[in-house]
Design a protein. Structure first.
Length: 610
């Protein structure tokens, strides 16, 4: 009997696998601003190396396509070259025997259509349209362009108050964002090439927790100008903060009893404790912002009245109304919008759900807030009903994981079909149509019915969380353009026929993240300043520590921990725990200081807000 050996990977194979992982990390951490034509060349060469070489389209065609791209990059191509590249790519796509050859050629073909201007610029002017001065990846991906390496360096030295001052130069909500920011900055952190991205949001939370009360900077001399701001959410408050620092008088009109908008009335306390939100709001109010509560636009006051009374008007009302399913019976008892459901809880109108079954339709962060809130209100069973897969949900992965850990049931690939309403006009269930994944379009898998019978999901409460809208009727009547539920502005946030009126944030862009609303408010504040005839610049006198020259060795990432799921579902106290100072210093030391090494020193950018 012959002896058999257990198959194990050879050393060479292990090295190759590690190289693949290293390449994957480098691709993941590629910063914005790279030349797309050169990226196409690099990917094409990688794909060419992976083909078996048996068929001519892959062996010869991909090589020819690669040489044509090199001709473009080297300045040896003409406009006719692009036509040859298109025909070559299409020919390979139609005749390649394997998926590698097809996908490689398809990638080049899509690039020739999607960023053709970059190819033309290389051919006609011998240069790339992308920036030659590479931006710091984390800063460029932060919508507000906060000096992230700067405040991480300050946290590393224990200068927490200075870190807050530096953050507030571009983002007046450091505490809030330390709890709930979606941290897009971490996606391209260059530390990914070594091990894992720096916990940027976690370090912002550290700065906010350890800094204590930090007063805002002094205002510029008064300009005598007054600006009315409609909406006291993150966008309105941020714009007011920067306008106040410039010397203008900002007056916020808020229809609800307290400021904060969806931060207060849409995000549950377990994610954002309201006493911590109030710290940021108080810092904004300390600049001298005036507030008028209980006034609703279109009911108590009009755009025309405000325009006559103020030098400028800013609309930042957010997206505070809900979208409908379009099914019969949506007005029945027990059918709630997620916006209203969360607003009631935020207003301390607590609904007792003890022993009830709750279903929430939707797969975004708002639906996660709704189901986790329902669980804390005593619901016996809480389910998310979503027509796509879990992987297609727009909610943050951490939010989905948190919901599952708290006992929330995910019912995916189920599209709402009809509502079951009893003779007392009370919801008692929902019929859903089973779905299956279908063809991929624009990088996302589509869905279609499986043909199976509808499934019945019983529920005492149905919460609809499929999106948000704005109240547009008054603005349309006032002559402000509205399209598909959004206020339509020019790039500067202005309107062609209404000088002095501006709009920004969710009401103009559609529902987005808090940091995007803050970023939009910062830009529109600058545009209002320019409209009023000024050119103020917001400076920050915080001295950034010099970059440390010590080696950065691989080191694990410190993540924020959470309270035990069985404990946290009993109350609305904060879920996340902050890092210790020792953990924070170690995590801050992982920053590669890309603002000094490899990307140039952009200290001039720290002196301006825009």
């Amino acid at each position: 009997m012959s002896r058999l050996e257990i198959a194990s990977p050879k050393r060479a194979r292990l090295v190759i696998e590690e190289l693949y992982k290293d390449l994957e990390r480098r691709i993941e951490s590629s910063p914005p601003g790279l030349c797309p034509v050169d990226m196409a060349r690099a990917f094409l060469e990688l794909c060419h190396a992976q083909t078996c070489g048996k068929c001519t389209p892959c062996r010869i065609g991909l090589g020819q396509l690669n040489q044509l791209i090199r001709d473009v990059l080297d300045g040896n191509a003409a406009m006719e070259t692009l036509e040859i590249m298109e025909q070559t790519a299409l020919s390979i796509m139609e005749s390649a025997d394997c998926a590698i050859g097809y996908e490689a050629a398809n990638m080049v073909y899509k690039g020739l259509i999607g960023y053709r201007d970059d190819y033309v610029e290389h051919i006609q002017n011998g240069r790339c349209t992308c920036t030659y001065s590479q931006p710091v990846p984390c800063v460029s991906l932060c919508p507000a362009h906060v000096d992230i390496p700067g405040y991480i360096a300050l946290v590393s030295e224990g200068r927490y108050a200075d870190a807050i001052r530096l953050i507030r130069k571009d983002n007046p909500f450091p505490t809030t964002c330390g709890f709930i920011c979606e941290h897009p900055c971490e996606a391209r952190c260059r530390r990914n090439m070594m091990d894992d991205s720096v916990s940027i949001r976690g370090l912002k939370r550290v700065a906010a927790d350890f800094a204590g009360e930090v007063d805002p900077p002094e205002r510029a001399p008064s300009t005598g100008k007054r600006i009315a701001i409609l909406g006291g959410g993150p966008g309105g408050l941020s714009a007011a903060y920067y306008l106040q620092l410039m010397g203008h008088q900002a007056v916020i009109y808020e229809m609800l009893p307290k400021l904060g908008g969806m931060l207060r009335y849409g995000i549950p306390n377990y994610r954002l404790p309201k006493d911590r939100l109030d710290q940021d709001i108080q810092a904004v109010l300390k600049t001298g912002v005036e507030v008028r509560h209980g006034l609703k636009i279109g009911r108590d006051i009009t755009i025309q009245q405000l325009r006559e009374e103020y030098d400028a008007v800013l609309i930042t009302i957010g997206a505070s109304t809900d979208k409908k399913l379009g099914l019969e019976g949506e007005d029945a008892e027990g059918v709630l919008s997620a916006v209203q459901f969360l607003r009631d809880v935020g207003s301390s109108k607590i609904m007792d759900l003890t022993g009830k079954e709750v279903a929430v339709i939707g797969g975004g962060n708002v639906s996660m807030d709704a189901v986790r809130t329902a669980k804390r209100l005593g619901a016996k069973k809480v389910s998310i009903v979503y027509r796509r897969r879990t992987a297609d949900m727009t909610a943050l992965p951490d939010e989905i994981e948190g919901a599952v850990a708290e006992g929330i049931e995910l019912q995916t690939l189920k599209a709402p079909a009809s509502l079951d309403i009893d003779d007392k006009n009370q919801i008692r269930g929902i019929y859903v149509t089973p779905q299956m994944v279908s063809s991929i379009k624009n990088g996302r898998a589509g869905i279609r019915p499986t043909g199976e019978p509808d499934v019945y999901i019983p529920c005492d409460i149905l919460v609809i969380a499929i999106g948000q809208n704005i109240e547009t009727r008054h603005f349309e009547e006032a002559g402000i353009p509205v399209e598909r539920g959004k206020i339509v502005t020019r790039n500067t946030g202005t309107f062609e026929h209404m000088p002095g009126v501006f709009a920004g944030g969710d009401c103009a862009s559609g529902p987005a993240s808090v940091i995007k609303a803050i970023a939009a408010a910062k830009v529109v504040a600058a545009n209002i300043d320019e409209y009023l005839g000024f050119h103020h610049q917001i400076s920050c006198d915080v001295e950034i520590p010099e970059a440390n020259l010590r080696d950065r060795t691989p080191c694990g990432r410190v993540n924020l921990t959470e309270r035990e799921a069985c404990e946290r579902v009993r109350d609305f106290d904060g879920v996340e725990n902050c890092m210790t100072e020792q953990e924070a210093k170690q995590e801050a030391s992982r920053c590669l200081r890309c603002d000094h090494f490899g990307y140039g020193i952009f200290k001039g950018g720290r002196e301006k807000i825009w």
